[in-house]
Structure formats: structure tokens, C-alpha cells
Write a protein that binds this ligand. Structure first.
Ligand code: URA
Length: 473
């Protein structure tokens, strides 16, 4: 009996080269015992150098595809099974397509299990920041417990997806480190990770994309098996979400005539959070806003997003409502619309750091679509309820001029958005006499599909802001 050890990294290539050499030397499957690592599993097996491989071996493409996947299975017989199949396909030309053959069926099932495990790894790895967030390349690490030996074949996915940061994934078998290139090392125990401040955000985000009326606990658990939960911050919420889902779904359908117990508990939780913030000495306005329950939008949003800027700003810009990015970061105009806003401000010679930027509505309104959250316009009631906060911001800042960007801001500030395009570029007087300048919302420009028209609108927006600057100079 000959023993054929294979390395834990580069395993597939090593198996392929060894199998080719053994096949050319007519070494039968029964004469080889395979292992990964150094130790021979069979007491009577002896390591011997591979025979010199002269000649070529041809195999069906399907065999190679199958071998490339099944070779990562945890089954100790995987290498032997693959070599037996390779041996047999030399004479049984149609064997690889015969799903009724027990060996072919077994290897296909193994390949499928590996494929599923790889998918789980791409979906369930949760990184924690381990380095200085201000460093040019940020550093992250994760612990993951795959079922099969899938670190090596899955690592390129992470390298592509997170190419701009340094990261490591540790597993009980192997660890992989990326700093521009992939490096593998053996690993055994979970290293100590720092507590991650972003975990709470993850949990809130997951809570928000969770749609109780679509709950299918069985499907959910088969997609996200329990064994992965302990390394996923948001998974701790799943039992609670599953238990409360029917009640929440019913409550949603009936538009909540009375406060449901689960909701009451969460209101209590939010109030406790607001108290904690107050104790930590955070700005009273922001503390109060964080606990806002004036309309139902707070329930699904991650957090209320207050305005940002100096309290002695001469100019106040009012947008519609936070978008997906703003909701996650807690800051206004930091997503795609914010980027266009920033560029246009700069082009018009206005310093964003010197103006106050806020929204008519402080919570993100959206509908979940899979993992995405699609923006929805706030309705009249929501705008009306949120006017309270905008009013407080106006009192705090007392700007010399307010800019309404888009219909929602205009409606909130003047009670009507009618004829917005006619009112654009004009200055109106608000109830307290503060002048109001009217322009469009940057998202309106981003939604224009025609590039030429979009360019024209960008220019018009910049011209509006330049005029604004001349009004305040
Ligand atoms: N759109 C808005 O109106 N406000 C934001 O903060 C972001 C996008």
C-alpha cells in the first residue's frame, strides 16, 4: 500500500498531479491511501515518491468540474473516491453522466454540499474592525466555522469583494489573510477579537429588512442554519423576530389600532436608549429626536437623522428624508444625492462646513426588496408630524436664508409644493419673515436617465446655488 499525502493548501492541484502520475503508472485505486497533511491514515501504508509521469491523461470536462468541487468535502474518502472515478472513466466513457451509478451519485452530492457551504461562507462571514479606522487601509478579521474545507476556494471571492482593505478569516482548519495578495496559514483556535461598535447597527439593520409578513421560519433556518448563528451579531434577534412575527404581521395588516406588546417593549427600549444618551451628555435636541415616535416611520428606520452643521450657520438647506446610507450612518446627505450636493456646493463656492444641512423628515421611509431598501416618498401626515423637528432646528440655527430642495421640503416649509418648477429660483417669505429660496432636489437630477438632460440639470442646479451665494454675499 502506498500513502499519498496532500497539502492543506493547493490541495486540488496536488491531488490532480498525483492522480495523473499514479494513473500513468497503472497504480490501482486499491493500492493508494490518501490523506491531507502528513500522517498516513493506514498503518501499513508507506510514503513513496510519485512515479515519473510520462504521457497524458484525458478526462471529460465534467469530471474535472466535479473533482474541483468535491475535493473540498470533509469526507475522508474524498481523494480515494475521486481517484476511483478517474480510474473508471478511462474505460467507462459515459460513466460521468450516469447519475444512477452510486459513486457518481455520491460525488455529485458531495460537490453540491461543498457548493452550498461556499455560498454560506460568502453570506455569513461577519468582519470586525481590528485596526485603526483612520489608517489608509482598514483592517478586519472574522471567525467562521465552515462544514467543509472551503477556505481556499472561497478566498478569491472575498479578495475581489474587499480588495481595498486588509482582512483575515480564521477557521478551525485554515486561516486566510489578504493584504493585496492571498496568504494561507494553519489555524486552530479562535483568536480574541475586539468588541465591534458596528454590531448594534448590524442588528438594527437586520431587524429593519426583516419583513414579518413574509416569514417562513423553515426556509429561513435552512438558508441560515443555526450552526452559523453564534458568529453573526444579528442572528441573536432571529428567535425574537420569529416569535413576534405573526403578531407584527397582523398588526401591520390591521394598521395597529392599539399598541402591540412587542411594540410597547421596543418603545420602552428606545426610551431607555434615549435616557442613556442623555446621561452620556449628548445634545438634548438629538436625544429627543432619537426617541421620536410622532409617526410610524421610526419603527423601521435604523435611527433618526438630525441636521448637521454649525448652529450659527447663515444658510440652512432642507432636503426630503434620509436615504439608505444616511439611515445607517446617522448623517444627512452622505449617499449618492449627498455626493452630487457636495460637488455642486463646491462648484458654486459654498463651503458645506459653514452651512446647516437637514431634512424635512428625519426617518428613512422604505419598502424592503430582498436585501435592498427602496426609498418611498413620505406622505402628508409624516411631513406634518416631522415639521416639529424642523421648526426646532430653525429656532436653534435661525438662518438668514433657508433653501428648500424639492417638493417635500417646500411642502413642509410653506404648506404646499404646487408649481414648484415655477417657484424654482425665486425667493419667498416664510411666516416668520425668513427668506426661502426654492430649488430642486439632487435626487431628481440623478434620476434623469438621459445623460445630456442630466448634465443640463446639473448646470441649472449649480446656477441656482451660485445665485444663492450671491444673495448671501
Ligand atoms: N435625500 C435627502 O433628501 N436627504 C438626505 O439626507 C439624503 C438623500
Amino acid at each position: 500500500m502506498r500513502h499519498q499525502p496532500l497539502p492543506p493548501v493547493g490541495t486540488f492541484e496536488a491531488w490532480r498531479d498525483a492522480a495523473r502520475a499514479l494513473l500513468l503508472a497503472r497504480v490501482t485505486p486499491e493500492e493508494v491511501s490518501w490523506s491531507m497533511g502528513e500522517v498516513a491514515p493506514d498503518l501499513f501504508a508507506r510514503d513513496s515518491p510519485l512515479p515519473d509521469a510520462e504521457g497524458t491523461v484525458t478526462v471529460p470536462r465534467e469530471f474535472l468540474q466535479l473533482a474541483r468541487q468535491a475535493v473540498w468535502h470533509r469526507d475522508p474518502e474524498r481523494f480515494a473516491r475521486l481517484y476511483t472515478l478517474l480510474w473508471r472513466v478511462q474505460c467507462e466513457k459515459r460513466l460521468i453522466g450516469d447519475r444512477g451509478d452510486p459513486l457518481v451519485a455520491k460525488l455529485n452530492a458531495m460537490a453540491k454540499e461543498v457548493g452550498r457551504d461556499k455560498h454560506k461562507m460568502t453570506a455569513f462571514v461577519r468582519f470586525r474592525e481590528t485596526g485603526d479606522p483612520a489608517a489608509p487601509r482598514r483592517q478586519f478579521a472574522a471567525w467562521f466555522e465552515p462544514t467543509h474545507f472551503i477556505v481556499e476556494p472561497t478566498a478569491p471571492f472575498f479578495a475581489k469583494r474587499f480588495g481595498d482593505m486588509d482582512w483575515s478569516i480564521f477557521t478551525p482548519d485554515l486561516s486566510v489573510h489578504f493584504d493585496g495578495t492571498l496568504n494561507f496559514a494553519e489555524c486552530a483556535a479562535k483568536p480574541p477579537f475586539p468588541e465591534d461598535a458596528t454590531e448594534d447597527l448590524w442588528r438594527t439593520y437586520f431587524r429593519n429588512i426583516f419583513n414579518p409578513s413574509r416569514l417562513m421560519p423553515k426556509a429561513m433556518q435552512s438558508e441560515m442554519p443555526k450552526k452559523y448563528w453564534k458568529n453573526m451579531p444579528e442572528a441573536g434577534l432571529i428567535p425574537e423576530l420569529i416569535t413576534t412575527a405573526p403578531a407584527r404581521a397582523r398588526a401591520m395588516a390591521e394598521a395597529m389600532p392599539t399598541i402591540a406588546p412587542a411594540r410597547a417593549a421596543r418603545v420602552g427600549e428606545a426610551v431607555r436608549q434615549a435616557q442613556a444618551l442623555r446621561e452620556a451628555g449628548q445634545d438634548a435636541f438629538e436625544v429627543a429626536l432619537a426617541g421620536c415616535r410622532r409617526c410610524p416611520l421610526w419603527e423601521n428606520a435604523t435611527q433618526a437623522v438630525p441636521g448637521e452643521g454649525p448652529l450659527d450657520a447663515r444658510l440652512m438647506f432642507v432636503g426630503e428624508q434620509p436615504g439608505d446610507r444616511e439611515d445607517l450612518t446617522g448623517r444627512p446627505f452622505v449617499g449618492p444625492a449627498g455626493q452630487l450636493f457636495d460637488e455642486t456646493l463646491e462648484g458654486a463656492g459654498i463651503d458645506r462646513d459653514k452651512v446647516y444641512v437637514t431634512n424635512a423628515v428625519k426617518h428613512f421611509k422604505f419598502v424592503p426588496r430582498g436585501k435592498r431598501r427602496l426609498h418611498q416618498n413620505p406622505n402628508r401626515d409624516e411631513i406634518e408630524h416631522c415639521k416639529w423637528w424642523l421648526g426646532l432646528e430653525r429656532e436653534r440655527v435661525q438662518p438668514e436664508l433657508i433653501v428648500a430642495m424639492g417638493g417635500t421640503a417646500l411642502e413642509s416649509l410653506t404648506g404646499s409644493r404646487r408649481d414648484i418648477l415655477k417657484r424654482r429660483g425665486g425667493v419667498e417669505a416664510l411666516g416668520d419673515g425668513t427668506p426661502l429660496f426654492v430649488t430642486v432636489h439632487p435626487s431628481f437630477i440623478l434620476r434623469i436617465p438621459d445623460r445630456v438632460r442630466q448634465e443640463e440639470e446639473r448646470d441649472r442646479f449649480r446656477a441656482d446655488l451660485e445665485r444663492l451665494r450671491s444673495l448671501t454675499d
